[in-house]
Design a protein around this ligand. Structure first.
Ligand code: 13P
Length: 302
């Protein structure tokens, strides 16, 4: 009996769940970086960036990105093996980002150590009912669960929301479920912020932090939030910050520079070799990951 239990629970090793890393972050008043990954280069750059900064890291995978990478199991197997091959020693969580109900269950079975169930578009009762089932399954694997209240504005991988401010009572109710962290809409938006963006609602954040008994809070839409707001949000209980667009932008910029310098046309140096063509972009992601970790204060917190 014991053997069987261990076999299931250790399915996601060498990954860890988010529980310890986020609770330490709340105590220490810093945030762990959640970096969305899109391919092998992204996973490698994020792992190496975290190792360089000696920081815990959460690799966020949307369902669209998982599909692009040939499914949850491919992503989990690739991440497991890369951690070993690259001799990564910092804590790494592999986390489904904005998961559907079925997606969350499937990612857990495939070896993810953490899932977000994004039921924010359901009526609240349905969000809770489905969340409970996801938690049940996650518990079998000792995996962590992120829940969401109030949609995060903007669009990401087909998940679109106009952005709401979370209802505090709903936050309290959902925080009473056995979740590890809570994403609550406080005016944050995925992607690039519009020029007339009103900023984060710090009064709401403060209220949610206190009324939910200081559950680790998640700030989605990390790209483009001014540094002073990031620091203030962390001081008010944000323990996980999601970054996606910013890494995509630096990857694209570095790759464009390489091509504009016509390095891909250098046949002597085989500049067209994908390992060379993708290197500047991959290095740019790694540098961005280190920069974000340092801003969030999780460097040397592995
Ligand atoms: P950005 O693309 O705005 O960085 O948001 C990422 C995110 O919140 C992923 O869930």
């Amino acid at each position: 009996m014991e053997m069987k239990k261990n076999k299931i629970m250790k399915k996601y090793e060498p990954l860890v769940n988010m529980f310890d890393m986020l609770n330490k972050a709340v105590q220490g008043k810093y945030a762990v970086a959640h970096i969305n990954v899109n391919n092998m280069e992204w996973i490698k750059a994020s792992l190496l960036g975290a190792q360089k900064a000696n920081a815990p890291i959460i690799l966020g995978v949307s369902e669209g990105a998982a599909k692009y990478m040939c499914g949850f199991k491919t992503v989990a197997d690739m991440t497991h093996d890369m951690i070993k091959n690259l001799k990564i020693t910092v804590p790494v969580a592999l986390h489904l980002d904005h998961g559907s109900y079925q997606g969350a269950l499937d990612a857990l079975d495939a070896g993810f150590s953490s899932v977000m169930f994004d039921g924010s578009h359901f009526p609240f009762d349905e969000n809770i009912a489905k969340l409970k089932e996801v938690i049940n399954k996650a518990n079998q694997y000792e995996a962590s669960v992120e829940a969401e209240v109030g949609g995060i504005g903007g669009s990401e991988d087909g998940v679109t929301s106009s952005g709401e401010q979370a209802d505090v009572n709903e936050c309290v109710t959902i925080a009473n479920e056995s979740i590890t962290c809570l994403a609550a809409g406080i005016g944050n938006i995925h992607g690039i912020y519009p020029a007339d963006w009103k900023g984060l609602n710090f009064d709401l954040l403060t209220e949610i932090h206190h009324k939910t008994n200081k559950i680790p809070l998640v700030l989605h839409g990390g790209t483009g939030i001014p540094e002073s707001m990031i620091k203030k949000a962390i001081s008010l209980g944000v323990a996980k910050i999601n970054v996606n667009t910013e890494c995509q932008l630096v990857f694209a910029e570095a790759t464009r520079k390489y091509i504009e310098a016509r390095k891909d046309l250098d046949t002597d140096k085989k500049g067209f070799d994908p390992r060379k063509l993708l290197k500047p972009g991959t290095d740019a992601i790694m540098d961005k990951v280190v920069e974000k970790i340092t801003l969030f204060g999780s460097n040397n917190k592995a």
